[in-house]
Write a protein that binds this ligand. Structure first.
Ligand code: MOS
Length: 764
């Protein structure tokens, strides 16, 4: 049943974020705020090598410390000593005789009466190692002389074969070729990883900071050797995630659950920032080589791309991150001939995994740098070059996916140009440059595509449920399987529920995710919560609404078709009552006002052998124009202005969208300019925010002008697509292009730190 409201009352309007007040007042309950009687604190014993064989583990001294309740090793695992979401290559606790593969590998676990005692006991665990030579770079890994895993150093390879690139290059008037590198990025969520494991009479309840409660529900029973229905996962308020809490909480929960299982007491395992940065996944470093052919008029003819991803010591989510890198490598363009090869290689360093953009910002930086450089060499304005090659309805993507609807790419280019007042912007930048000798400004443009949700490689997980219940007083409880982690999901789902049910927005409550209410709804990733949970909520609300409408038409003897329910009122002409009144009548007549619904991805056809087919359900698009300023004496770069236009299908919550785009830009700018993981022998040295530098409020550009294109997607709730990741994705490329244009030399590696930029300026 379609929503009858011709005029939307909540969708597209300005609403108050549902969790704003509790967060501002410090009332949100993060996992470390929980307290249980008899609780213990956990700590990890981490590897002291990037590669070594464990010879002996001595826990005697640690166990003697007063207040220590458990010191566990691999021998204490009742189930399988196996973690890993996609490939089972990661032990929970490294056994004697096996290798530690990076500095974050865990050898033992401790639970004690206080965090101090737990930490003390963890350092009292003696581990004897046989030091082994590590693999610390993509190049060393490819030599395959030292194997990180016995299976070999190349975890997996993916490819696209569209058209014939050799022919395409023959037909090209200009061929451009270059190498690019995009380094690590740390998520830097405010709240570190944390799990509370609470033993129950039959099983266990796990509370924690997480994106994917159902991943945790898979991991914990496997480690404990118990059934899934004896473990209940309840998400606590989560202080940021950005992909960093996709699979990692499963590992944290496995560790914590083991401690609770053996001590039979509630255990809090909350990582310090240093442990968090050393242990948890990062954005993948990607090295890429691009060869791209153009016609004189700027038309793209062929792209040949070879890329290597440093996946670190364990596969974690890398195979699916690689899928996104593969599909996004050729950018947002209509190219007849495309050849892409990507290899993921193991190294003895921190495992890489999900991070906002999921393997796409790195390759988009490369292709957008190529587009920028080509526009110079072809003498075509960078905006015009993008327009010339942009995707439209009827175009085919790099995987040969025919686009049939909701392709707002060209509109985002036009809108970005308009809000930037592009022609005058170019003039003012060149005026600035002619007046200033030591400060130079540059305009950077980028244009991106984003495949929404999990796509063809993740179809088995691409569904989501909702359980909606209208209470006797007319207030509404919504349970979904996706999670709120700060991105604003609860608010947008409350808006969808309010709009669909016809109840007031303030009466809707979206609960924290609990695996006992809704079936496995896949991970909360891939900018899919609005689309998937949104559709599920909408469907559940429509089912309930139809019961309310039919009750009203029956008792008032009016035609059901004529009944409207809107903003807390139900009416047919002059006959009306409040939402609360009609709900009371339904309750008194024993009508059930609870509904369970399920939205699943339509089947996508994609062939892994050729990389061709329907890679994703739909795509979002964005265009960004930035102005950067570079101090030519110091290499210091700042972003002065940002203009960004995003095709979101439908702007359900404009305030929330704006917040996402501002935050995404700043996180992407941090990746482009400041954020640098420094290692020694594979150990991360920048393990706190004193050394790992992220943008502060002082670094944020004076203005970020944001525009939304609404090219509705027929299968999205009210036409919406996703924004979580597209908000970040254009930024690294746009900022890098801005620097290149300011200094007249090409940035080929990010982060383009002050040191890097100064070296580039001074290079002959
Ligand atoms: Mo997100 S990077 O898809 O968790």
């Amino acid at each position: 049943m379609e929503t009858k409201n011709l005029e939307l009352t909540t969708i597209g309007k300005k609403v108050k974020r549902v969790d704003a007040i509790q967060k501002v007042k410090g009332e949100s309950k993060f996992v470390s705020d929980y307290e249980f009687k008899g609780m213990l604190y956990g700590a990890l014993v981490l590897s002291k090598h990037s590669r070594a064989r464990v010879k002996r583990i001595n826990t005697d001294e640690a166990k003697k410390i007063n207040g220590v309740k458990a010191v566990l090793t691999y021998k204490d695992i009742p189930g399988e000593n196996q973690l890993g979401e996609v490939v089972e290559d990661m032990p929970c606790l490294v056994p004697i005789g096996e290798e530690v593969r990076y500095f974050g590998d865990v050898v033992a676990l401790v639970a004690a009466e206080s965090q101090q005692i737990a930490n003390m006991a963890a350092s009292a665990v003696e581990v004897e190692y046989e030091d082994l030579p590590p693999v610390l770079s993509i190049e060393e890994s490819l030599k395959n002389e030292i194997k990180v895993h016995e299976s070999g150093n190349i975890l997996t390879s993916k490819k696209i074969r569209k058209g014939n690139v050799e022919e395409g290059f023959k037909q090209s008037d200009m061929i451009i070729e270059d190498d690019f590198f995009a380094d690590y990025q740390e998520h830097a969520y405010l709240e570190t990883q944390g799990i509370f494991a609470v033993p129950e009479p039959a099983g266990m309840t796990i509370y924690g900071s997480m994106q994917c409660p159902y991943y945790v529900q898979n991991a914990v029973p496997k480690i404990l050797g118990i059934s899934m229905n004896s473990v209940r996962i309840v998400q606590s308020d989560t202080g940021g995630a950005f992909g960093g809490k996709e699979d990692v909480p499963s590992y944290v929960a496995a560790q914590c659950a083991l401690l609770a299982y053996h001590t039979k007491r509630p255990v809090l395992l909350s990582y310090s920032r240093e442990v968090d940065i050393q242990f948890t996944s990062k954005r993948h470093p990607i090295k890429s080589h691009y060869k791209v052919g153009f016609k004189k008029d700027g038309r793209l003819m062929a792209m040949e791309i070879k890329a290597h991803m440093d996946i670190g010591a364990y596969a974690t989510l890398s195979p699916i991150v690689m899928y996104r890198s593969l599909v996004h490598a050729a950018g947002a363009y209509d190219v007849p001939n495309v050849k892409v090869d990507i290899d993921g290689v193991y190294t003895n360093k921190v495992p890489c995994g999900a991070f906002r953009g999921f393997g796409s910002p790195q390759v988009l930086f490369a292709i957008e740098s190529i587009m920028d450089e080509s526009s110079k060499q072809l003498g075509i304005d960078p905006i015009d070059l993008r327009l010339k090659n942009a995707l439209k309805v009827g175009s085919k993507t790099s995987t040969d996916h025919l686009l049939t609807e909701s392709v707002g790419a060209v509109e985002t280019i036009m809108h970005a140009m308009k809000i930037a007042d592009y022609e005058n912007l170019k003039k003012s930048v060149s005026e600035f440059n002619s007046k200033n000798r030591f400060k130079k400004r540059g305009i950077g443009v980028s244009h991106i595509i984003y495949g929404v949700s999990l796509g063809a490689a993740g179809q088995s997980l691409d569904a989501a449920g909702a359980l909606v219940q209208v209470q006797r007083d007319g207030s509404v409880s919504v349970h979904v399987g996706n999670t709120e982690m700060g991105q604003g999901m609860k608010t947008v789902l409350a808006m969808i529920a309010a709009e669909t049910l016809g109840q007031k927005f303030e009466k809707i409550s979206v609960e924290n995710t609990d695996t006992s209410y809704v079936q496995d709804s896949g991970p909360t990733v891939a900018s899919r919560a609005t689309l998937f949970s949104g559709n599920a909520v909408k469907e559940a609300c429509e089912q309930i609404k139809s019961k309310i409408l039919s009750m009203f038409s029956k008792i008032k003897d009016v035609d059901e078709e004529e009944v409207v329910i809107k903003d807390g009122m139900i009416f047919s002409g002059d006959v009306k009552m409040t939402f609360e009144e009609i709900v009371g009548i339904c309750y008194n007549s024993n009508v059930d006002l609870i509904s369970n619904s399920w939205f699943k991805s339509p089947k996508l056809n994609w062939d892994p052998k050729t990389g061709l087919g329907e890679a994703y359900l739909t795509y979002s698009y964005a265009t960004q124009i930035v102005v950067v300023e570079v101090d030519m004496l110091t290499g210091r770069t700042s972003v002065v202005d940002v203009f960004t236009s995003h095709d979101v299908g439908k702007a359900l919550n404009p305030v929330g969208l704006t917040g996402q785009v501002e935050g995404g830009f700043v996180q992407g700018m941090g990746y482009a300019l400041y954020e640098e993981i420094k290692m020694r022998d594979g150990k991360i040295l920048t393990d706190n925010f004193s050394t790992y530098i992220i943008p502060t409020i002082n670094d944020i550009p004076q203005s970020i002008k944001i525009d939304f294109v609404e090219d509705e997607f027929s299968q999205g709730p009210f036409g919406a697509k996703g924004i979580g990741e597209p908000s970040l994705m254009p930024a690294p490329a746009a900022v890098a292009n801005g620097i290149s244009n300011a200094i007249g030399k090409r940035v080929k590696s990010i982060p383009a730190t002050q040191e890097y930029v100064l070296n580039l300026i001074e290079e002959e």
